[in-house]
Design a protein around this ligand. Structure first.
Ligand code: ZN
Length: 171
């Protein structure tokens, strides 16, 4: 999970929501991935997808039986589907996601016996630490957004007679 947390910090450094994933087989790390949908212009560029793609390329097989996926945030429905397609043996996730979590928080894709898979799921591993990384990211983003709005208001106030609407008014 520490490696997944390090991958999450790579996402943060790139201005993306900090989620990281690591794919291992036994003691061997096959691939890591971090969340990058904004930079990648790709709605599927979640950390799990990045790790699954890199691992499948590395072993030249779209199926990854016997592998475990560690991810700092509960996988969404898309990632849960890809995890099943890849035949991942076990998923270990950190923070729960009350908005899009598909491992019990919103839906539990892995609990559906009609879906053909045998993936076991363990959630809440280093939950507080993984969650803190996300909370600090969103707190920082809200602070930056507040400062930008304040700066925009100051610009408008400092330009009397301007007929151009300031950025704050166009929001
Ligand atoms: Zn996802």
């Amino acid at each position: 999970m520490a490696l997944a947390q390090a991958a999450a910090e790579e996402a943060r450094a790139a201005g993306e929501v900090p989620v990281g994933a690591v794919l291992v087989r036994g003691e061997e790390v096959i691939a890591t991935g971090f969340n990058h949908p904004i930079g990648g212009h790709d709605p599927s560029a979640h950390a799990e997808m990045a790790a699954l793609r890199a691992a499948a390329q590395a072993v030249e097989n779209y199926r990854l039986p016997g592998c475990e996926l560690y991810v700092t945030l509960e996988p969404c429905l898309m990632c849960a589907g890809a995890i099943m397609h890849a035949r991942i043996a076990r998923v270990v996730f950190g923070a729960r996601d009350p908005k899009t979590g598909a491992c019990g928080s919103v839906v539990d894709a892995f609990a559906n016996p009609q879906l053909n898979h045998h993936t076991t799921v363990i959630g809440g591993v280093l939950e507080n630490e993984c969650g803190a990384a996300l909370k600090s990211f969103f707190a920082e983003r809200r602070r930056a957004s507040r400062e930008a709005r304040a700066a925009a208001r100051a610009d408008v106030a400092g330009a009397p007679g301007s007929i151009e609407p300031g950025p704050a008014e166009s929001l």
